[in-house]
Design a protein around this ligand. Structure first.
Ligand SMILES: Nc1ncnc2c1ncn2[C@@H]1O[C@H](COP(=O)(O)OP(=O)(O)OP(=O)(O)O)[C@@H](O)[C@H]1O
Length: 314
């Protein structure tokens, strides 16, 4: 396999008009390369086109135009190989209530044509912590267990690429951590490329090496997580004065405010104003500093700035 697990070129999807609904251009020419071995985040507001993109990768939605290569296999030329290279954990808990976890994994392996001798059902049951529920009916499993079973089903054919659509939406913290531990292990030990969509920006920041932000069917940013955050120019300096004093005069370009706990906060563009100049202005005003710290932007800031900019331009 080359450098990229996924290569997408000029991908479009238009859902046909139905009733009074006009046609919907859900993807408007997406180009995207996802490096093999990475944990890659797809972010975007509701309706941005993330599920459409994932469902095209999974072979569940038919694209309108463009090229998709999965693990080097063109979806149109080698549909079977490209499908065998990817596993998808869907958003909905669509599990047959009459199957046991073991049966569900076996059936799924059958669907993917995995011969009995190559099945790793017990290993998967162990990895997803459902060993002791292997023979229970799915209808008796908790929501968290069903979700883990969905992860297990996505792994039966040992795909090179694992796609997770909002894997931790509405999931409690304990289960979330367990899912992430599983996913990290797959990535580190087996080199599985992970693609995930999430609404939890903190999670994306913590988990993902690289991120693409999708808005209105277009990729509006794609970079390493740290570079995306580094792109934000705003910086905030928070200073706690020793005594209660009024806000000092600041150089032009610095926005000042005072927080409820008496701390001053100064926000400025780090490309234009040095932090030292802000500190100097505070000292010059005769203020004794008890505590000082900076607040760096996070993914939330990047996301809000990028998606609102685009909205304004549309
Ligand atoms: N089957 C469909 N028929 C018509 N329009 C659709 C269909 N599926 C999705 N859409 C529309 O396409 C656009 C993109 O939807 P999509 O579900 O891909 O977005 P998303 O980014 O995954 O959003 P969410 O985070 O809410 O799942 C939306 O405007 C949606 O209403």
């Amino acid at each position: 396999m080359g450098e990229n697990a996924i290569e997408i070129e000029g991908l479009t999807k238009t859902y046909a008009a139905s009733g009074s609904q006009p046609p919907k251009h859900a993807l408007k020419g997406v180009d995207l390369e996802i490096p093999a071995g990475s944990i890659f985040g797809l972010l975007g507001p509701n309706g941005a086109g993330k599920s459409t993109l994932i469902n095209i990768l999974a072979g569940l939605v038919v694209k309108t135009s463009g090229k998709v290569r999965i693990w080097g296999f063109d979806q149109d030329v080698n549909p079977r190989q490209s499908r065998a290279s990817i596993g998808v954990m869907p958003q909905e808990l669509n599990i047959d209530p009459f199957f046991t976890p073991r049966a569900a994994l076996e059936v799924q392996a059958g669907l993917y044509g995995v011969p009995k001798s190559r099945r790793v059902t017990d290993r998967i049951l162990k990895a997803i912590g459902l060993e002791d529920k292997a023979e229970a009916y799915a209808r008796n499993l908790s929501g968290g267990m069903r979700r883990r079973l969905l992860l297990g089903k996505a792994l039966v054919h040992r795909p090179h690429v694992l796609v997770l659509d909002e894997p931790t939406a509405g999931v409690d913290i304990e289960l979330r951590q367990m899912l992430w531990a599983n996913i990290r292990r797959l990535n580190q030990e087996q080199g599985t490329t992970i693609i995930l969509t999430t609404h939890y920006l903190e999670e994306a920041e913590e988990m993902c090496d690289e991120i693409a932000i999708i808005n209105h069917g277009e990729v509006i940013a794609r970079d390493s997580t740290s570079a995306l955050i580094g792109r934000m120019d705003a910086k905030t300096l928070v200073i706690h004065p020793e005594e209660e004093v009024a806000l000092p005069q600041m150089p032009a370009g610095v926005e000042s405010c005072q927080r409820a706990d008496g701390a001053f906060c100064f926000t400025y563009r780090r490309s234009e104003i040095a932090t030292g100049a802000v500190v100097e202005a505070v000292r010059k005003a005769g203020i004794v500093i008890r505590d000082i710290r900076t607040e760096e932007p996070d993914l939330q800031d990047v996301f809000v700035e990028l998606t609102s900019e685009k909205k304004g331009a549309a």
